[in-house]
Ligand binder design. Structure first.
Ligand SMILES: NC(=O)c1ccc[n+]([C@@H]2O[C@H](COP(=O)([O-])OP(=O)(O)OC[C@H]3O[C@@H](n4cnc5c(N)ncnc54)[C@H](O)[C@@H]3O)[C@@H](O)[C@H]2O)c1
Length: 362
């Protein structure tokens, strides 16, 4: 079975696809082309859709027999492109969404679509743990002191109330892909985990071993409050002064999600007036942060420059995630990366998948 991989120059590289195919796609005949589109083209695709940027003439020559295409971050899947591949059955985009796929055209043709949803979730959840521990234990502050002062001073503002992780209650605001990974990692530290996520039934949260609570309880009882919801109209500014004022005077607020979810003025005031214990923040209303931002003066916040998800490891990981998801879709193994789930049960797709799996030997 022919699998065509459209690598990016700097995003998902040819090597990433080769390794992913070796791991998951058995004896597939793998062809790799390198896409010359740029970040500027990406912005056009994001605003105008996958047809916004045509691929260079002849780019797909010799690959019309491809049955599966794995596309990097910059690969658009327009109707015109799909039409070049009469045998095409699965499209896999390494992006977390489906902005670069003409979903209507894919659905009409019965082409399975999978994506790289969660590709940087491990990275963000690791980083969330780092921010929690860092803020709780003054790691960045001590580092700065060691670099800039000759003394050996271990007095910090939170010394009096700095808790053990295993005696802390962590409140997770949102239990999606990243929230679940954070919860799993926190379990290893022995934390008590509370969750507020209005879209997950309480029983399901309890089955995972966590305590489902309402929003107010989460803010009142958490020793560490970590935000993992998405920024949509309904969550814009959802964490405001009221919620922040409910927090314990010793509690630490962590945000690796999106700034727009939180009222940063209220958060700043609470930190400045020492009404909460501290904060670990990766995302900001203004990025990059102004040189004279008052946030830079606070002594109870660990600040990072929106870097939680930006690790190189997330790129080869995305290639592995989509290659695995292609096989999952063929095996009827549900996964959050499978977008057109209904196709898994379509007789035409099923027949192709059974034959395909036998050819791949996986
Ligand atoms: N800092 C970074 O570099 C970086 C990188 C990637 C993602 N992110 C951010 O991380 C966040 C989480 O991403 P994800 O992939 O886990 O998203 P996700 O869609 O998998 O999960 C979001 C969760 O929030 C829940 N939710 C929705 N409305 C809610 C509400 N009103 N209150 C509480 N929960 C609510 C949803 O039910 C869902 O479970 C997003 O904001 C994303 O933009 C940050």
């Amino acid at each position: 079975m022919k699998v065509l991989c459209i690598a990016d120059q700097t995003g998902i590289k040819a090597e990433d696809f080769k390794n992913a195919a070796r791991l998951y796609l058995g004896s597939a005949k793998v062809a790799i082309e390198i896409n010359e589109l740029t970040e500027t083209d990406l912005h056009i695709i994001e605003s105008d859709g996958p047809g916004g940027v045509p691929m260079p003439k002849g780019f797909f020559n010799d690959h019309e027999d491809a049955e599966v295409i794995l596309g990097g971050i910059l690969c658009p899947f327009s109707k015109e492109i799909m039409d070049m591949f009469p045998k095409l059955r699965v499209i896999a985009t390494c992006r977390g969404g489906i902005e670069n796929v003409d979903m209507e055209a894919a659905k009409k043709r019965g082409i399975m679509v999978v994506n790289g949803y969660g590709r940087n979730a491990e990275a963000v959840s690791d980083f969330t743990m780092a921010l929690m521990l860092d803020e709780l234990r003054n790691v960045a502050r001590s580092h700065l002191r060691m670099k800039t002062r000759p003394d050996w001073d271990n007095t910090y503002i939170n010394i009096a109330y700095m808790p053990h992780m295993c005696e802390s209650t962590v409140g997770l605001f949102g239990l999606g892909y990243i929230g679940k990974l954070v919860a799993k990692k926190l379990t290893g530290f022995g934390c008590n985990i509370m969750v507020y996520d209005p879209f997950i039934p309480d029983e399901q949260i309890a089955d995972m071993g966590y305590i489902a609570v309402d929003k107010d309880t989460l803010f009142r009882e958490a020793d560490i409050l970590s935000v993992h919801a998405r920024l949509v109209d309904a969550t814009r500014g959802i964490i405001g002064k009221k919620e922040i004022d409910m927090m314990k005077p010793t509690a630490v607020f962590v945000n690796t999600a999106r700034a727009g979810i939180v009222d940063y003025d209220a958060l700043y005031e609470a930190l400045k007036e020492k009404r909460i214990g501290g904060a670990g923040i990766d995302v900001w209303p203004e990025e990059p942060m102004a040189v004279d931002s008052p946030w830079r003066e606070l002594d109870n916040v660990t600040m990072c420059s929106h870097m939680a998800g930006g690790v190189r490891a997330a790129r080869p990981y995305a290639a592995k995630l989509v290659a695995q998801s292609v096989v999952n879709s063929m095996k009827e193994t549900d996964a959050p990366q499978i977008i057109t789930k209904e196709l898994m049960y379509d007789p035409v797709f099923k027949a192709w998948a059974i034959e395909g799996l036998a050819k791949l030997g996986v």
